[in-house]
Design a protein around this ligand. Structure first.
Ligand code: AKG
Length: 267
């Protein structure tokens, strides 16, 4: 029987403790070479088709060259990505980090920075964009290419997952920067770390963790695939939160566990 994407990835107690303290944790070689090629295949099909929920998060000035290309819910269209997400290895890591027995998928997203003019993904938290009342949802950011600072690897502010929820930050040029919303004490603890990754390695981060990626200034594409998990105890915030592409598919009432027709149960 194939163990593609299914065999368990060991997560130590130290890694769980690091995640809870710092709000992120890196994992090396989560995908083997065969699995990486399969996921890249699904991603490249999606890049060629560019259909479904596709947009430029930064808004391209010329209307042509995407600066931060986002493609949502590849799992619904591409069997390679569906296997990657549903087969179990990633879910097992998310269970360890959240301590949650059950998990639902919120959505996946390809985030691609092509060579040429790309934009930084500004410092932000994810929780303000999500329809959940309480924090606790987490993301896996999988590198499908080797990523350095110059190619747009993830950067985090360790411990910022304990600083509460701030307002959503615009990926365009309007609105305040996250740093400007901080207290002087928080500003003094702003010590970002860049986490460079080999393709097939990833980071997980908590929805409250401050994170950022720079523009891709190299001549190669930066492909990342993000998977977002809903653990137990997360309820629907309804009108407290901004509208999002999945709002109309949510089946919960305010205060009920966050569920929707496009949020399959993973565990
Ligand atoms: O890949 C990026 O540019 C940003 C990633 C991000 O914001 C996320 O995964 O939540």
């Amino acid at each position: 029987m194939s163990t593609l994407f299914t065999s368990a990835y060991p997560v130590s107690d130290e890694q769980v403790a690091f995640f809870r303290a710092n709000g992120y944790v890196p994992f090396d070689e989560v995908l083997n070479a065969e699995e990486l090629e399969i996921v890249r295949g699904g991603m490249d099909e999606a890049l060629a088709a560019r259909n479904g929920l596709v947009r430029d998060l930064a808004g391209s000035p010329d209307g042509e060259h995407d600066r931060i290309l986002q493609m949502l819910n590849l799992w619904e269209q591409y069997p390679e990505i569906r296997n990657y997400i549903l087969a179990g290895r990633l879910t097992g890591i998310a269970q360890r980090l959240t301590g949650s027995r059950t998990l639902h998928l919120y959505h996946d997203q390809a985030l691609v920075k092509e060579p040429g003019p790309s934009a930084p993904s500004p410092w932000h938290q994810d929780q303000p964009y999500w329809p959940s009342h309480e924090p606790g949802m987490i993301s896996c950011w999988m590198a499908l290419d080797d990523v350095t600072v110059e190619r747009g690897c993830m950067q985090f502010v360790p411990g910022s997952n304990h600083w509460g929820e701030f307002e959503p930050i615009s990926f365009g040029s309007d609105g305040p920067a996250l740093f400007d919303l901080l207290t002087e004490a928080q500003k003094a603890r702003w010590n970002p770390v860049a986490v460079e990754r080999k393709a097939g390695s990833c980071t997980f981060h908590h929805g409250l963790t401050f994170h950022y990626t720079g523009a891709n200034t190299t001549k190669q594409t930066r492909r990342a695939l993000v998977t977002i998990y809903i653990p137990e105890g997360i309820t629907y915030a309804a009108e407290e939160k901004m509208d999002n592409p999945f709002s109309k598919t949510i089946t919960s009432k305010k205060g009920e566990p966050l569920r929707g027709t496009r949020f399959p149960r993973l565990a």
